[in-house]
Design a protein around this ligand. Structure first.
Ligand code: ZN
Ligand code: ZN
Length: 340
């Protein structure tokens, strides 16, 4: 099959005759869309090591089932999204539906096992989630990363109807978090780094958008939040920017028993005086990836038109370098996808 592999020299190369046999008991999916995520750059830059040479990237995958073992709940021809975590199935976390924090994961497609930058991908049949007709393959691929991540973060926070949440960052995941929170009945204050992103945040469901031009001015965030919220701090601060200043400003913007939820990866350190947490009994939570059920929820919301996904451009496999270069140059609005 055709595939784009990452060579030992960390270059992407298109191959026409790549072979990746499916493990016993797994299904095979004809890939129709694979999202090109910021995490891909971490592999290419050597920050995340490839599991083996000529490895196939791509953890945001949707397609059509080509073959599934007898007794599966999916069959050839089904349109599906691929949940990319394959847990051990034995540990406490797998047994309670939290494969993404499995202590001995079997595989993570596009991270430790071959992913979706290819004509076909193999996955356990239980990882394939059927798509409503109204959800495109391109959208489903993106839901299988940032969409499910947003649902997971909101669930993990325990967000409830009528509460107030700050969402720091109006990028791919941030716009999803805003939509999920608004749908769950929260009042959302989005924090954007440019006026040009205000309309996007409002469309996603933000009640207010606080602009901190160039990401400067987080020291003033607590006062701006209180001015919009009857003098009270927020119940949640969803962090997708992750600078030292933004994390501190966000935590100080919380009200009594508020929670900061750290979602994006960051190189910066979290530095906060414990008094900033203690006096208001505030909490710091963190959220990584998502469960299979979170992906199911994201797909259901999208199917009902309640969660929309911005796609920038769909590229054939051979043009992966263009998709990556545009991502690196921060030129992408929404997500680029590969369509093998
Ligand atoms: Zn991703
Ligand atoms: Zn496990």
């Amino acid at each position: 099959m055709k595939a784009v592999v990452m060579t030992e020299e960390r270059k992407l190369e298109a191959r026409d005759d790549y072979s990746s046999p499916a493990p016993e008991g797994w299904a095979v999916v004809d890939v129709k869309a694979a999202g090109v995520c910021g995490s891909e750059l971490h592999f290419l830059d050597g920050m995340v090591p490839a599991p083996f040479a000529d490895f196939v990237l791509g953890h945001e995958i949707a397609g059509v089932v080509a073959a599934a073992p007898a007794g599966s709940k999916v069959e050839a021809g089904d349109r599906v999204a691929v949940y990319n975590f394959v847990g051990c199935g034995q540990c406490r976390w797998c047994r309670t539906g939290h494969e993404s924090i499995c202590v001995e994961p079997r595989a993570q497609l596009g991270w430790t096992a071959n992913g979706g930058f290819a004509e076909q991908v193999a996955a356990p049949p239980a990882n394939l989630i059927k798509l409503p007709d109204s959800v495109s393959f391109e959208a489903a691929a993106v839901l299988a990363c940032s969409g499910m991540t947003a649902v997971h973060a909101v669930r993990l926070a325990g967000a409830e109807l009528g509460q107030t949440a700050i969402v720091d960052g109006v990028g791919g995941v941030g716009l999803m978090v805003i939509q999920v929170l608004a749908e769950a009945g929260l009042r959302v204050f989005a924090v954007a780094d440019a006026e040009s992103r205000v309309a996007l945040a409002e469309e996603a469901g933000a009640a207010e958008v606080i602009v901190l031009p160039g990401g400067e001015g987080y020291d003033g965030l607590p006062d701006r939040v209180k001015a919009l919220n009857d003098g009270a701090g927020a119940d949640y601060f969803f962090e997708l920017v992750g600078t030292e200043a933004s994390m501190r400003g966000g935590i100080r913007s919380l009200g009594r028993r508020g929670a900061a939820v750290l979602v994006g990866y960051t190189e910066d350190e979290l530095k906060i005086h414990p008094i900033d947490l203690i006096l208001s009994e505030a909490r710091v939570l963190s959220s990584v990836a998502a469960s299979r059920h979170d992906l199911e929820t994201a797909i259901a919301l999208a199917g009902e038109g309640k969660l929309s996904v911005a796609i920038d451009t769909a590229y054939p496999l051979e043009e992966v370098d263009t998709a990556i270069a545009r991502l690196r140059a921060r030129e992408v609005n929404g997500r680029n996808v590969l369509v093998p």
